[in-house]
Design a protein around this ligand. Structure first.
Ligand code: ADE
Length: 315
């Protein structure tokens, strides 16, 4: 991570905004941190919503040694390298005083037997394993059952993301208007990583074109120039919607069929992309499959009533 992105990351629980169900007053993770009793835990949720950040905060608050391994870290050719390292690491960490925390990102990438190999280290209680995954469906039942806290991190509502943008702007020391922060928040796909990234891009525009002030005008100009979707949807989101609409007449269509059409795994669609599209009302789950909503048609500039029997306002 760049030094700037690193500076924008919250380091204490009090800096952390959102995910109240986990870190709000009386919530499970806050209690764990306050009492110092931290069982192994798993964070599950889409990319960029704060899994690594939260793990780092926990380690810092508890003053515990913190070791990070990623199943997709650069320089690792094969996931077997990572598990070898994880096991070696876990073995070595047993020698580290202070009950270290081992954070394993993308833990679902480990095969079943690789996941099994981690169990003894978790069980002996000499280290705390914090796993993060975008795909909880790929974790084995034995490993899942060892995690006493299973936390789902949610997409952030725009009102919460706006606070994150304002906080980050203060750290970057850039002046920003309330409505500009709200606009960036609204177009960030519920994801702080995206919001902070966009803030920096918009700041660059503001510095060149606007004396460094981020107002609504420069924000809209920059987001347009950066091709950021009005609702923050990314390429894959838009491909999913256009596939359902154009290839399958708006659905209902099964998730595996959509997956084949867009060249992605069904599980990834289901756990990474679909939750946001459902939350924002672009698709619906029905017993017969996924359906595009009117909002999806309108978003793609299409007539929602085309091709079905509903009387239309557009004739
Ligand atoms: N930056 C990224 N995620 C954040 C969060 N949840 N709270 C505060 N700042 C953040």
């Amino acid at each position: 991570m760049s030094p700037l992105a690193e500076r924008m990351r919250p380091v204490t629980l009090d800096d952390y905004i959102g995910q109240e169900h986990l870190v709000g007053q009386g919530a499970i993770l806050r209690k764990s941190i306050e009492t110092g009793v931290l069982p192994s835990l798993i964070f599950w949720g889409p990319p960029g919503v704060g899994k690594t950040t939260l793990a780092g905060i926990i380690a810092k608050q508890l003053r515990r040694p913190f070791y990070v391994l990623s199943a997709i870290s650069s320089g690792v050719k094969d996931v077997r390298d990572v598990i070898d390292r994880a096991q070696k690491y876990a073995g070595e960490l047993k020698e580290v005083p202070g009950n270290p925390i081992l954070f394993i990102d993308e833990i679902h990438r480990f095969s079943k037997s690789q996941q099994d190999a981690l169990l003894p280290y978790v069980e002996e209680g000499v280290l705390t394993l914090v796993g993060a995954t975008t795909r909880s469906g790929l974790l084995t039942a034995p490993l899942l059952s060892r995690f006493a806290i299973k936390s789902r991190l949610e997409y952030y509502p725009a009102s919460t993301l706006k606070k994150i943008v304002l906080r980050a702007a203060a750290i970057l020391q850039v002046p920003i208007s309330e409505d500009a922060a709200g606009e960036i928040a609204r177009r960030s796909r519920g994801t702080p990583r995206i919001a902070n990234g966009l803030l920096r891009r918009v700041r660059d525009f503001a510095q060149v074109l606007n004396d460094g002030n981020i107002d609504i005008g420069i924000t809209q100009h920059a987001l347009k120039a950066l091709n950021v979707d009005e609702h923050g949807l990314d390429d894959m989101d838009n491909r999913i919607l256009s596939t359902i609409i154009e290839k399958f007449k708006g659905g209902p269509v099964g998730i595996t069929t959509i997956a084949t059409a867009v060249g992605e795994e069904a599980g990834t669609l289901e756990e990474v992309y679909e939750p946001f599209l459902i939350q924002e009302g672009f698709i619906k789950r029905t017993p017969r499959g996924r359906e595009a909503t009117d909002k999806a048609y309108i978003h793609l500039g299409k007539n929602p009533f085309q091709g079905n029997e509903k009387p239309t306002l557009f004739d």
